[in-house]
Design a protein around this ligand. Sequence first.
Ligand code: F6P
Length: 480
Amino acid sequence: MASTHGAEVLVASNRGPVSYEVRPDGGAGSLHAKRGGGGLVSGLSAIGPDANAVWVCAALGDADREAVRRAEGGLLPAEDTGGQRVRMLDIDAGVFSDAYNGIANSVLWFVHHMLYQTPLEPVFDAEFRRRWASYQAYNRAFAEALAEEAADGAAVVIQDYHLALAPRMLRELRPDLRIGHFSHTPWAPPDYFRLLPDDIAAELLGGILGADRAAFLTRRWADAFRDCCHAVLGSPGIPAGTRVGVHGLGADADFLRERAHRPDVTERMAALREEIGEGRRTIVRVDRTELSKNIVRGLLAYRQLLDDHPEWRERVVHVAFAYPSRQDLAVYRDYTAEVRRVADDINASYGTEGWTPVVLHVKDDFARSLAAYRLADVALVNPIRDGMNLVAKEVPVVSDEGCALVLSREAGAFEELGEDALTVNPYDIQGTATALHQALTMPAHERAERAKRLSAAATALPPAQWFLDQLHALDENRPG
Ligand code: F6P
């Protein structure tokens, strides 16, 4: 297959570094590009413009599709991408929706985060099989684009559960390439993974095993993957040609500290202080409104704290930012409504004239998140299960006075931060309430000391390093 751009390094992910919206004030057809951040963006900028890299991603909506139609030579305009070469794939909207909403987010995400209410779900019926065919087609579209873009022997790093089949498909098209797959989620233990139909479980594992290297955020998820390979595929599990690796992803200290002291953040701190009220303590959480983030139980634990320790009434505020996510799925819309309902209920039951116990914001605002980080006395990070959780790493870095961290033992970040956090079982409301009380009463010097150590651990593996380590590990597969 002919190479279009002869890239030496390729990244593939569902969500790319840029997304488009039609600007209401820009007249007909006016597209506005919005750039994202994260580990891959930092990683690709770290290897520099001479590295000859291409990022392959999917068009997520109509505006993205329009941008693809306008793109010359298949690449998005450099001014939209910050100079990065990005090939966005215009996959049929129905196929994309089946693959992204119907399989990746409704099945694979649920399996790895163990989110099913098993008496009634999952149900693997004919409709599931139809969607699975779309998931295969979506993965094939990525594999074909990568095969076209890659130079001889290029390194390809394929990201996440959306693209579990792509490594094997790409291997078949281009045996010369060095292929890595990286999972940003947890990996399910075998008993849970085997909820999937046997052939699908084997296809998923076989897809990832098409890579030279399958990598994970923590040892725990890598071990679970190995265990699933043994349980589903039998001995030897992982074939000799595939290695399994671990690359923790840390917070970007320099970026966060600089960004958190810009004027827009200071402005939002003033507005938040107004909402919180003079002299009150803050328990801060910032999440996508994501089922696995356990926001509702966090609110219930806060209510328990107010019951068990009435001395905190009027003296503490739970600042909860729950930003919209995956609103195409009814279960996410229902969960979002439940978060609001429980927050409103706490405010109605406990609030007073001058005290709103829960300050809930649902509109995504990065500067306001950083403002909340700076004001945090306590950070609450209590996911049911989480690949890593960067909020747990970011708040201790940014908080002005040093915050105490209440952390779920089910977050990947727990492996690195557990020693200086207050650990919780995310299902245990009473235990979480007790941990919140301990965090609020922790002496200031202890809190500051712990935050310093948390911050050091959280920034030990900066995003650029995380990416470069993956690339270097693939170098070991270079012939000769
Ligand atoms: O954790 C997996 C992941 O794909 C992250 O990389 C990302 O932050 C998150 O899920 C968001 O998912 P989506 O692209 O569906 O909003």
